[in-house]
Design a protein around this ligand. Sequence first.
Ligand code: AP5
Ligand code: MG
Length: 200
Amino acid sequence: MLNIIIFGPPGSGKGTQSAKIVEKYNLVHLSTGDLMREEIARDTPLGWEVKKYIDKGMLVPDEIIMRELYEKASEHLDAPGLIFDGFPRTIVQAEMLDQMLEKHKMPIDVVLSVDVSEEELFQRLMGRAEDSGRSDDTAEIVLHRIEVYKEQTLPLIEFYQKQGKIVSINGMSPVEEVFGKITTAVDTYLETREIIPAIE
Ligand code: AP5
Ligand code: MG
């Protein structure tokens, strides 16, 4: 199995790169953001609940995220591997994920941390806002999402650095180039079980 986390601020390209990674390595894509948006689109009570947080650019409570993630992940335990996109986002989520994976003897192999400047994140998301239909792609909420990322999610870098799993990927280049850096990191890991700490 190959289990990857793709980690980075809003607009860093997690979804874009996940689609390419899934295709190349035959993994199952688990995006908690997509799961929440599907729930909202289905107009369920859970959808109404999570919409309150998403529309403000706040994190959805850990209990809800973990419940939905467990349910989805358990459908795919026999897959060649999983890629977690936009999850975990808090230390609590990361610890619970480790417990879940330990139980199934399927640890996280690599954490891809995609770095992009705040100016570029803002430009990309304002570009995407024109046709994304996402209620959280407005200037004010995008800025708030970036702040929430810095406060609540960035500490996870240290969490995974301690586990020796972080690869820092410079995400300030065109999509195909960023993907090339990612495949270098993943292929090196598959061949040697070594983590390249950073790829410029
Ligand atoms: P989520 O859906 O995870 O959104 P996000 O983290 O804010 O990130 P985005 O999806 O906006 O960006 P991305 O990194 O995927 O970039 P993309 O590839 O689209 O979360 C949304 C909300 O759900 C959260 O705010 C929270 O409320 C809730 N939530 C989700 N998970 C949660 C969790 N675990 N815990 C608690 N709450 C949770 O690219 C962006 C744009 O840039 C696109 O237009 C793309 O075409 C373009 N682009 C991509 N790469 C490049 C490139 N290299 N060069 C130029 N343009 C590029
Ligand atoms: Mg995304």
